[in-house]
Design a protein around this ligand. Structure first.
Ligand code: SF4
Length: 179
């Protein structure tokens, strides 16, 4: 492709482990930056994703803010990529799905010893929790899935360089993780 690819990344209900794995491309970040510019990402201080070529979404959807950010990415990014187990299946955060949210919050903030017992936080700034953590494809169209917990750095590298070279990304078996 001509010009730089505009890339946005964010984490919804994730742990930023996928972002950390991306940074494990190490010194390859230098040649990548010659071909890519970052929009919203932990690497920048951009608060809202604008028009981008590619959006990498880590994490599932657990609250209203996650959904708002996901829709913003979908609206702005030509290609949307669900990165990691949490984005693809809900992953680890989805383990709460078999419990009632209200009962969980009560147990954590009211009933259990060792915590503040000041009641369930109810600041209006806090996004409302959904009853379940759900994968991103249940809300928006996803163009590619990059599996793994996290996907290895080489998978990010292979995926992005394929897009940059105008090739259809197709990862070899050894870069596809299902942990
Ligand atoms: Fe973290 Fe794994 Fe989820 Fe990525 S897939 S956000 S590394 S728990």
């Amino acid at each position: 492709m001509t010009g730089k690819l505009r890339l946005a990344t964010t984490s919804l209900a994730g742990c930023f482990g996928c972002h950390t794995s991306f940074l494990d491309i190490d010194e390859r970040i230098i040649p990548l930056l010659e071909r890519v510019s970052f929009d919203r990402s932990p690497l920048t201080d951009v608060k809202h994703a604008g028009a981008c070529d590619v959006g990498l979404i880590e994490g599932g959807v657990c609250n209203e803010e996650n959904l708002h950010v996901l829709r913003e990415f979908r609206a702005g990014c030509r290609t949307l990529v669900a990165v990691g187990a949490c984005a693809i299946t809900g992953g680890l955060p989805a383990q709460r799905n078999r419990f009632d949210v209200g009962a969980l919050l009560h147990d954590v903030y009211v009933a259990e010893p060792g915590l503040t017992r000041r009641g369930v936080p109810d600041d209006v700034e806090l996004p409302r929790l959904f009853d379940r953590v759900r994968p991103v494809h249940e809300f928006v169209k996803v163009d590619y899935f990059l599996p793994g917990c996290p996907p290895p750095a080489d998978a990010f590298w292979a995926f992005l360089t394929a897009l940059l070279d105008g090739r259809e990304p197709a990862l070899p078996k050894e870069l596809l993780r299902y942990d």
